[in-house]
Design a protein around this ligand. Sequence first.
Ligand SMILES: CC(=O)N[C@@H](CCC[C@H](N)C(=O)O)C(=O)O
Length: 383
Amino acid sequence: MSQLNKEELIQIRRHLHEYPELAMHETATHAFLLKTIQSFNQQYIEIREIPDLPTALLVSVHGSDPKRTVGYRTDIDALPVTEQTGLPFASKNAGVMHACGHDIHMTVALGVLNWFTEHQPKDNMIFFFQPAEESENGGKVAYEMGVFEGKWRPDEFYGLHDNPNLPAGAIGCRMGTLFAGTTEVNVDLIGKSGHAAYPQKANDMVVAAAEFIGQVQTIVSRSVDPIEGGVITFGKLDAGTIRNVIAGKARIEGTIRGLTQKMIEHIVDRLKMVANGVATSYGAEVNIHFNQGGYLPVENNDELTKRFIEFAKQDPETEFVETEPAMTGEDFGYLLSKIPGTMFWLGVDDTSQLHSATLNPKESSIPKGVNSIIRFLEYRMNH
Ligand SMILES: CC(=O)N[C@@H](CCC[C@H](N)C(=O)O)C(=O)O
């Protein structure tokens, strides 16, 4: 169904995969997307660059008989992960990888956009190629800059995330909350460094950090309703310089997740208590910094999502899977708090998980995803 054939889509995806870039640094990605979109039929489209958010890109498609403006968003950034797939088109940018599948997301968005450049849609459309999903909440930044004002404001917004646990090309979705809200947390513990031989004259922050990390594990297990659930993961710990110098400082960086804003706030409160308690008992200074930014829970709009699911269930070419909420985060949650819409999964069938150095999504998911989304958007424009 897509104008770009399977081979062309795969070629695009492999190029994007080879040149991943971190949040707000997606310069080559932006240039490639722009060049690709400029190669499409320009009759119905307008391309917009945003000088204050230079790696973002917006494209509007003029509808033939518009009743509304339908938005479609893809994220474009990658992660600081060293790829270990061994693929011939593995990342050429050392230490950076599309380990969350945004190369797949972009390719699907290009496939869908390409179709509507050749088959004028009934409604107006806005395609948003969004920088900085993994950090720095590019969606919120764009919204607050006023990017979606006037004719650039969608009446409804759609976006997808790839899912290694679903069959390639399957569409997963649910009513209500799809993804958790997340809050980044940094904890700095400050004590006193000294000689490894004289612990009594120093204040060791490796030991304090270990105590803090141990105690934090009791928050979810003892202070969170198990039916509701929550997550605290510290993915980075930095302390000390050499084995025989006691570390006077430790920095611990993590992420908190909950399916409701209330749960996130509850975990934040408990984490502050634990951090302050550990600091007091170790005679340390502590600085705690939280940053939620745009990573609100991803709340699917009832009416639009009901229609989306109804479509996906009855469409003979779409394999639909009703999914559970996930503890992954997404700053599309912020955009959906401003503009109603639906986020959904695209299955990519892989044994490796998102954010893993061996993530290798099945490319057969791309044309299937493109076709299901085109079919849904056309259905939507007629209902
Ligand atoms: C889909 C996905 O993996 N998203 C990221 C969003 C990151 C949110 C924020 N930077 C944080 O770390 O809390 C995720 O890790 O879920």
